[in-house]
Design a binder for this molecule. Structure first.
Ligand code: SAH
Length: 242
């Protein structure tokens, strides 16, 4: 089996013969966890310049300098799907971010709704989870984690050309796969409610909007994270890059 080459996300521009300094945490990971040494290989990506092979030229406890050798993959854009989610409890939210990143989400929006229970969202932690999942899943970009926004404010400024699939567990919404099949969308968002679901008022408001499509995921009530991942999988298989 080919030797595993660690993949790291960085912010620097990536070009031939350039050297880049990694963050202290990344230096620690390469040296103490992966036990890499000078001349060993690393792959790096920044979301703009594709993926690059690099060699370690300096490595100690706090620093690691890489020399970029050659581009191994050109930059590609993944499917144009966003996830709008009511923040859920600690532990589950990290799981959701990791899996949504693996499923190719481009943008992650924590949306504050009437029944939102979680008051503090640690965006830097969510970003760190997205980075780790992108590194591990061989993505060439990291999904953007947006500042939490109130549902009403988000809808007010929404570009109506991007359809929102709203997970609707209450009544007879058409199934998600039926809607995707009938009307394949190239850019979309999926919206799921928080653990307590949407309020009656929110339901009414959402259903009145032309760019919101309520969809069902079957007769069982799914937890918010399950519903989000089921909707993303469904969209990816009919409209995305699967
Ligand atoms: N009404 C609930 C359940 C909320 S589940 C309660 O009172 O607790 C959290 C979210 O997952 C919902 O807001 C909805 O967007 C989504 N969801 C769960 N099961 C679903 C289903 N069968 N079909 C569509 N969406 C679903």
């Amino acid at each position: 089996m080919a030797k595993y080459i660690p993949r790291l996300y960085c912010l620097d521009d990536l070009k031939e013969t350039v050297t880049i300094d990694l963050a202290e945490q990344q230096a620690h990971y390469l040296r103490s966890v992966m036990r890499l040494k000078v001349e060993n290989s690393v792959l790096v990506f920044n979301g703009r310049d594709g993926e690059w092979l690099a060699h370690i030229v300096v490595i100690d406890r706090k620093h690691c300098k890489l020399l970029l050798i050659k581009q191994t993959r050109p930059q590609m854009k993944g499917a144009d799907i966003w996830l709008l989610f009511g923040p859920i409890k600690h532990g589950r939210i990290e799981y959701l971010i990791e899996k949504a990143t693996e499923l190719g989400v481009r943008r992650l929006y924590p949306v504050i709704t009437d029944h939102t229970q979680v008051s503090r969202i640690k965006l830097d932690r969510l970003h760190a989870h997205a980075v780790e999942a992108a590194e591990q899943s061989e993505r060439l970009d990291v999904p953007q984690v947006k500042q939490p926004i109130k549902l009403g404010d988000l809808l007010k400024t929404w570009n109506p050309e991007r359809l929102i699939f709203m997970g609707d567990e209450r009544c007879n919404a058409p199934s998600m796969h039926y809607v995707c099949q009938q009307n394949p969308s190239k850019s979309a968002a999926v919206l799921i409610g928080p653990e307590g679901g949407f309020s009656d008022q929110e339901f009414k408001h959402l259903k009145a909007l032309s760019f919101v499509q309520p969809v069902s995921l079957g007769p069982r009530i799914l937890r918010a994270d399950t519903a989000a991942l089921a909707m993303l999988s469904c969209w990816q298989s009919f409209c995305g890059d699967w």
